[in-house]
Design a binder for this molecule. Sequence first.
Ligand code: UDP
Ligand code: MG
Length: 308
Amino acid sequence: MKISIVVPSYNEENNVIILGKRLKEVLVALGDFEVIFVDDGSSDGTLSQLINLHQEDKRFRYYSFSRNFGHQQALRCGMEYATGDCVISMDADLQHPPELIPELVSKWKEGYDIVFTQRTEEDNLSFFKKFTSGIFYRLMNRLSDVDLEEGTADFRLVDKKAVDVIRNASESNLFMRGFISWIGFKQYKITYKAALRHSGTTKYSIRKMMGFALNGITSFSIKPLRFSIFAGLLISALAFFYAIYAIILYLFFPEKAVAGWASVLVSVLFMGGIQLLFLGVIGEYLGKLFMQSKNRPHYIIQASSADE
Ligand code: UDP
Ligand code: MG
């Protein structure tokens, strides 16, 4: 029985060594293990730290991307190369405590295929993070058919058979959290307290976070497309009533019916806005189809511990 740990790392030079050390302390007690770091095109010294780790202990392996492909692709790469009977994914910044791993593993041994975690106390998270993640989970649950609980990050154990499903998924923009919830299997939840980021700043810029949220929602739902139908109906209904009102005004109170500028302008602008919004929504899905149809590799590896 072998445990694989997968750690996406993007500019985490001050974190990977410490994480490696803490992981090792926990993992040696559990038996056979491997730790796969995926360097997501870091521009700092992350890769050389990973090489050091590998040279000291061959159970620490690494794959290095040719550029930044994003957290989700790094996760996917790690899962694809993992050889363990289960795979545990976690962040490199020590926000996910390695000390929780024995608990994850013991639940897995009890027979659960997926053991996911949920952060409870949020003192260690910024107001901004809490706020944006609150909106994201609410939207995601409203708009899509998968149920995601707030604070369930990419810190989880996945059994080999579920990892195989991920390996075979051809989706080009795989949204891991939603996908794992969607595939089913026996799942179990553990709560934990998120720690502060050990070093460096968050690698999720606002832009990346918005992209992540948009991808998550449009990967699992076509409801936003349907909204346009309802919005269109609603607006036509409003316009219809407004027309009746205008006719009545014209027939019975002609002296009041002259000043029409404001209403014309408002309705034109409103319709224009709604149309642009839904063109954007359609564009988002069309773009997804386009990316998928090109069938490009999900990530490109430029160096790995397997080369040595
Ligand atoms: N990460 C990555 N590629 C990216 C952005 C982030 O591999 O483009 C990694 C990062 O190194 C970390 C994990 O994803 O291990 C989570 O990122 P971060 O801690 O910055 O996000 P936050 O905890 O602020 O949501
Ligand atoms: Mg973090």
